[in-house]
Design a protein around this ligand. Structure first.
Ligand code: XMP
Length: 318
């Protein structure tokens, strides 16, 4: 029978054997898979593991600093790279969803390639790929574990791709990854974190992306997610977030008409992201969150709740 402890013991022994005295680079995403992969490698080879955590400027509010701190608290040898400006510049004026994904994926590779050169004599690239990643291609682009998958056809391979690949979670399912993480004493905040797409808020801002739109959506998303946590709803939901719509609508403030942005909130139940049902969140909760958003986030005057299930509606709007 499979148990997390037996898995940890054999995997750590195998990793020690396989890697010996060599160096490994790993791209952390803040998500469960890459974090658990990093902890296993850390247990096996300690400081020979060099982690890179890239801020693409499309993360949740304060996520970059919070997650970085969390990783450092776990003893990981991790370098945070703030490449926000580079991503925003590359995305300027682009509104096609697939093109935005490609740009984010490409810039990620450039940044990761640059950073991997800072680690001298690395011979391995570790990835948090899990078993379902091999079957589906849900993580189509933008995240570290997706890098190899989606870009092996592109000419002029980045240098780090000449490295040997190690994927300690490649035979595990998500629930097993969580159990392994738990037995490695990882924080519940990491293990219970909702899935978040590699291109991040970049595909939740419909249309073109600007720093101002990112700021607005980060504020809205933070109010929604904090609200879910405060009300004990976060763990009952598989994934939640907000979309910034390319729509302005009329509102009133005092005697004045306003013409401001509309956001859509989405929360779904799912087991694997392939199908999903919208969550019947309490009206009182939605009422409070909506008021908070409209009162606190400048530039937003309307909030709607998405009541569409997948299929046919996808979880993300782009
Ligand atoms: P959809 O929108 O296809 O999403 O119902 C299913 C799951 O996949 C995530 N998703 C992505 N993840 N890169 C990613 O790494 C992407 O381009 C991407 N698009 C969607 C989505 O958040 C959900 O968990």
């Amino acid at each position: 029978d499979w148990t997390p402890d037996a898995f940890i013991e054999t995997t750590v022994a195998e990793l020690k054997q396989q890697i010996g005295k060599e160096k490994v680079i790993l791209g952390l995403s803040g998500g469960v898979d890459s974090s658990v992969a990093a902890m296993l490698l850390h247990k096996a080879i300690g400081e020979q593991l060099h982690c890179i955590f890239v801020n693409n400027g499309l993360l949740r509010k304060n996520e970059f600093s919070q997650v970085l701190e969390q990783y450092q608290g776990m003893g990981l040898n991790v370098k945070g790279v703030d490449a926000s400006a580079r991503f925003l510049e590359a995305l300027k004026g682009e509104s096609d969803p697939e093109t935005k994904r490609k740009i984010i994926g490409r810039v990620f590779i450039e940044v990761f390639d640059d950073e991997s050169h800072q680690v001298e004599n690395a011979t391995w690239l570790a990835q948090g790929t899990i078993y379902p990643d091999r079957i589906e291609s849900v993580s189509a682009s933008g995240g570290p574990s997706a890098v190899i998958k989606s870009h092996h056809n592109v000419g002029g391979l980045p240098d780090y791709m000449k490295l040997k690949i190690v994927e300690p979670l490649q035979l595990l399912f998500k629930d097993e990854v969580r159990r392994v993480g738990k037995n490695l004493d990882m924080a519940p905040e990491i293990l219970g974190r909702h899935p978040f797409p590699g291109p991040g808020l970049g595909i939740r801002i419909l249309g073109d992306i600007t720093a101002e739109k990112v700021r607005i959506l980060q504020e809205v998303d933070a109010i929604f997610i904090e609200g879910l946590k405060k009300n004990g709803l976060y763990d009952k939901v598989w994934q939640a977030g907000a979309m910034l719509l390319p729509v302005n609508s009329v509102g009133v403030m005092g005697d004045e008409r306003t013409y401001e942005k509309c956001v859509a909130l989405r929360a779904v139940e799912s087991t694997d992201g392939m199908t999903a049902d919208w969550v019947n969140l309490p009206y009182e909760f939605l009422q409070k969150v909506s008021n908070d958003i409209i009162n606190k986030v400048k530039g937003v005057n309307r909030v709607v709740y998405d009541i569409s299930s997948k299929p046919p509606a996808t979880i993300e709007w782009e």
